[in-house]
Design a protein around this ligand. Structure first.
Ligand SMILES: Cc1cc2nc3c(=O)[nH]c(=O)nc-3n(C[C@H](O)[C@H](O)[C@H](O)COP(=O)(O)OP(=O)(O)OC[C@H]3O[C@@H](n4cnc5c(N)ncnc54)[C@H](O)[C@@H]3O)c2cc1C
Length: 491
């Protein structure tokens, strides 16, 4: 075991996916990184059904091999009753990219991987006290019965949802509770999802012989049903009722799953990440992927801070990314709850969720005020045009003899972008056909490219693009810019 330094660049609390993802990236950038974890590993952990995007995150961390385990179940098909009570529809399994893992094993393997890269780990250990002093944090840590004191320039709080106290949270959805159990099963190989008046149920294989059934409902509903509990809710559905006789009420677990965002997620370089910063509605089933994706952005903010502690960009970039995630998630979930079968619309569980209004009156902080402002902005109506594959050469030939200019509807705006793992300010282009401001198109910085283009012919534009990229790629880019009318012919 390597000697524990007294001074760290970054110290992380909690060895879940969020903490470990940040640790691996920061170690790769050359920083001195420490971590405490309160549990001995392997430890049981819920959240095993991982969304397809998890694969490219593990690849990016050079840890893709950790998802290659013969006991993990891939591409599970699903049967869903949601929009219509009478009809179920199937979501096919093959190649959907989803994977069910054993979190106790995966988290342990990822932790070992981080340690092999130089992570200083104290386990089991808990934080006793954090004191901000001058330019760094002094952390008093309890390791078994011994006290350890260390200094760190940054603390990343990745202690999961329980790491953020109730008075440090802003609810971003009505409160919700999950109740679940496992049944022995080697027969049903698909997931089931079904909406009912008081909530919804989700069933999924978690290993070859074990199937988990989980209900999401209002805390009050669970209390009313406490006698019959989960089986009472299952009896109200078509997909789950056949399993009721397999349920043993004694083996039911429950926990609060209310979504929230932390009130002050970046406070004097004490920075919350993963579920400690933002817990998603369970409907999304992408908690692990989103937690890790956010950690990748946080690592870039931290790198920028450590290179220039006076810069305000890292904190602003972090808050902007967190607000973007919260806003897109809350809009997505409200839309999804609205889609549930028509009778649901009169039920309190669904109505509350489809029309939830953020209330920061009791939780005003710099961060929640910024969040409220963005959330209350009208959502831009963006009609995504369904463009089929475009025959590139034919398309370009139509413009071949034209002079091309930047559309008068294009405007420019300074936004945060990432360059060599640092937060930088770049000019982005804005246009009614673009969903978001665009800085780069496949690594080509658009502002520099567009500023000298006016009046050029297609052949000249292709020549200039072709100096830094292959001809096929140059043509595709030009087709993207012309077909979305960011570039237009002069005629
Ligand atoms: C019922 C339920 C079902 C879910 N299902 C899914 C799913 O199917 N798919 C999915 O993607 N997500 C799911 N999620 C969400 C998923 O579990 C989380 O998004 C994910 O685990 C968040 O990762 P994290 O690293 O932020 O936190 P965690 O995974 O919770 O990790 C936090 C770590 O910090 C440690 N810790 C806590 N307190 C301390 C302390 N004081 N000192 C030191 N260490 C500490 C903990 O022991 C733990 O190891 C589910 C969540 C719930 C509640």
């Amino acid at each position: 075991m390597n000697t524990l330094p007294e001074h760290f660049d970054v110290f992380i609390l909690g060895a879940g996916p969020a903490g470990l993802c940040a640790a691996i990236r920061l170690l790769d950038m050359g920083y001195v990184v420490g971590m405490i974890e309160q549990e001995q590993f392997p430890r049981p952990q819920i959240g095993e059904s991982l969304s397809p995007g998890i694969h490219n995150i593990f690849e990016y961390l050079n840890a893709a091999h950790l998802l290659e385990d013969s006991t993990y179940i891939k591409n599970i098909p699903a049967k869903i009753i949601w929009e219509s009570k009478e009809h179920s529809y199937d979501r096919p399994g093959p190649d959907n990219g989803g994977i069910v893992v054993d979190r106790s094993k995966l988290d342990q393997e990822l932790l070992k991987f981080a340690v092999s890269k130089g992570l200083h780990l104290i386990q089991p250990a808990k934080l006793r006290q954090a004191i901000h002093s001058g330019n760094d944090w002094i952390l008093e840590i309890l390791n078994r019965s011994a006290g350890i004191s260390i200094h760190s320039k940054i603390v990343l709080d990745a202690r999961g949802r329980k790491g953020t106290l109730l008075n440090e949270r802003l609810p971003i959805a009505p409160s919700a509770v999950a109740a679940w159990t496992h049944i022995d099963n080697a027969v049903v190989k698909e997931s089931f999802i079904e909406a009912f008046a008081e909530g919804w149920l989700w069933g999924s294989p978690v290993s070859v012989n074990r199937y988990r059934i989980m209900a999401f409902t209002d805390p009050g509903t669970l209390k009313e049903n406490s006698g019959s509990h989960l089986s009472g809710l299952m009896n109200k559905t078509a997909l789950f009722a056949p399993f009721v006789n397999k349920i043993r009420n004694s083996s039911i677990e429950t926990c609060l799953v209310s979504s929230f965002v932390a009130l002050a997620p970046w406070d004097k370089q004490f920075v919350k990440i993963g579920e400690a910063a933002f817990t998603l509605d369970p409907l999304s089933s992408t908690g692990v992927e989103k937690a890790m994706r956010f950690s990748l952005q946080v690592a870039i903010a931290i790198n920028t801070y450590l290179k220039d502690p006076q810069s305000e960009h890292p904190k602003n970039f972090y808050e902007e990314k967190l607000i973007e995630s919260v806003v897109s998630h809350t809009n997505w979930t409200a839309d999804y709850y609205r889609k549930a079968w028509p009778d649901c619309k009169t039920a309190a569980f669904w109505m509350k969720r489809a029309s939830f209004q953020l209330d920061i009156s009791k939780s005003k902080s710099d961060f929640t005020l910024k969040l409220e402002k963005v959330l209350n902005n009208d959502r831009p109506v963006f009609e995504k045009k369904q463009v089929g594959p475009i025959p590139v050469d034919y398309f370009l030939s139509r413009f071949w003899n034209e002079k091309i200019v930047v559309s008068p509807h294009v405007t420019f705006k300074a936004v945060y972008a990432i360059d060599h793992d640092c937060v930088v300010i770049r000019r982005a282009i804005i246009h009614p056909n673009l969903e978001l401001p665009l800085v780069y198109l496949d690594q080509l910085e658009l502002y520099s490219f567009l500023k000298d283009i006016n009046g050029s012919a297609i052949s000249n534009i292709l020549d200039s693009l072709n100096r830094s990229m292959a001809m096929e790629k140059s043509k595709k880019m030009l087709v993207f810019l012309l077909s979305n009318r960011l570039l237009v012919p002069t005629r």
